[in-house]
Ligand binder design. Sequence first.
Ligand code: DHB
Ligand code: FE
Length: 284
Amino acid sequence: MARIVAGVATSHVPAIGAAIDNKRTHEPYWEPVFKGYEPSKRWIAELKPDVVILVYNDHASAFSLELIPTFALGCAAEFPPADEGWGPRPVPTVKGHPELAWHLAQSLILDEFDITIVNRMAVDHGLTVPMSLMFGEPDAWPVNVVPLAVNVVQFPPPTGNRCYNLGKAIRKGVESFGQDLTVVIFGTGGMSHQLQGPRAGLINRAFDQRFLDGLTSDPLGLTRLPHVEYLREAGSEGVEMVMWLIMRGALDDQVEEVHRFYHVPASNTAVGHIILQNTPAVPA
Ligand code: DHB
Ligand code: FE
């Protein structure tokens, strides 16, 4: 059977991608950011997952106000990097896992999560920056990816509770897939940030720390946060953090915290990152 063994949450700040692509990672501004991901790169290189289910949001690259799916599952064989205004990032094309993705679509929809099936989708910084942070700059990504795009840019986004329960349904879907696959689920976006309006540049370290603590040890507490609290405490784009709860819902109730990193600022955003691992199954 396929099995989700761990979850990774990380911010997906586009300037991080630009720093990598423009060879600026060793500059004093950027060095501490990338240092925080060194243990993560080693951890995932050792784990060698077969598939990443990558929960992220599209930032008006693949979708626009013409079409706003709440949950869109990428079932294609490949997903090209999106042109976000400066040409596509020079990163490899993302290879999908259509068999697992279609199985998940069926499992989720029959489980009453009516997700949208997407067969053609370019993927923006929301997906490619976490890939670069975790896997570096390979010629080809060393893992297949099932993208799950979540609407958090146009009100109303899904609730944290709905996201957490979707994570549980994803886990059920993965565990009912016939092939033996090691799967890691990523939740991306956050942490506190607001990109526009009078509160642009808002960062709330105390909220971010509480969220990271809660993610490890009290995810149910986090599922009760209403949207307005994300907005008030973590800024208008801080609501991206509901996506971290999809990742958390797909894990065991009790998890081991493998790594945590928090850094301010990158662009005008707080960068947060955590790796949570399920207790390994005892071999039969
Ligand atoms: C920025 C954009 C994002 O999508 C995000 O999640 C964080 C920061 C930015 O433009 O700086
Ligand atoms: Fe974003």
